[in-house]
Write a protein that binds this ligand. Sequence first.
Ligand code: PHB
Length: 394
Amino acid sequence: MTSKRHVLKIALGLVAAASAAATFAADTGPIKIGLILPMTGQSASTGRQIDAAVKLWMAQHGDKIGGRKVEVILKDDGAVPDATKRLAQELVVNDKVTVLAGFGITPSALATAPIATQSKTPMVVMAAATSSITDASPFIVRTSFTLPQVTVGIADWAAKNKIRRAVTLVADYGPGFDAEKFFDSQFRLDGGKILDKLRTPLKSPDFAPVLQKVLDDKPDALFVFLPSGQGASFMKQFAERGLDKSGIRLIATGDVTDDDQLNDMGDVALGIVTSHHYSAAHPSAANKKFVAAFEAANKGMRPNFMAVGGYDGMRVIYKALEATKGAGGQAMLDAMKGQIFESPRGPVLIDAQTRDIVQDVYIRKVERVPSMGNQLYNVEFDVIKAVKDPGKTK
Ligand code: PHB
């Protein structure tokens, strides 16, 4: 009896020692951030921009939180949702990451949402922008934007600027459906008429057939949403088909006049009016500092809206981990909610209820800017303050 009790005591002691050692390791080992991005394939520019922004954040703010090292584990999902999900699973189970981050396209974010929920791992969406993403898991926080958020502004601007009849052209998946729906409802509310709703496939789109339809429809304006990375090839075909000389105005979300590609588009892009949450030409001191540091660290590469989503995502992660002393799970999630700060894009808030970002949306026009090397920029000329995602029904 005595010896049995003694054995039990030793066994319990060993368990306690082992768990203490585990706690000790967890508290002193590195804090791991699992960053999943499309580094290859059609959305590779998104991965390149966000990876550079994450590295810039760490170069500026250090790789230690509360004395513990921060380790970013970067995985390339090629924007293939099955790969995103598998990589997320491996990062959570094998690498024991504290937080998941990245997510270049909507299907990748949606595929990963159940893993975040089941493992109670906070998941920071830095790029994908379909409104419903934050509803897919209570552990998702978003630092990018939503399509409804940036689309309503350009619909209003169009209606106020002599555009009565419009055609919409969107990529045929989540964010495109959001853009089409919110342009349509706002523009019609403002008295406009939609003549046609056109869609192109997400993968390797050919714009020739839809551009021919636009020429036949003869609207006052064509409204476009295409995901980051497709703007330059769209503009090329737009000019090749003569739409730039057709009298049909081109309006879009800022995804089309993406800072990553804009300067290479040439004069055909001049005068395009878009609405979006970020322009590299945003005239704040914080943005000038961000753009200068980003370009200096990346051989002159100009940051786009994806880079800002990544940079701000790191800010939200760092501040939360500082508050929890490195703990993840629900405590970290709670520490991400309600953060208010000045981003390079302007003032932002992580809405505690929706876990989505509240931000200013700007109306911009593509111009050559003599004071900025005569390059093409989206020059902001109007602002809609503190826009909440209009796609949220709650
Ligand atoms: C998305 O897939 O959610 C997405 C990707 C690129 C964009 C916008 C939305 O520019």
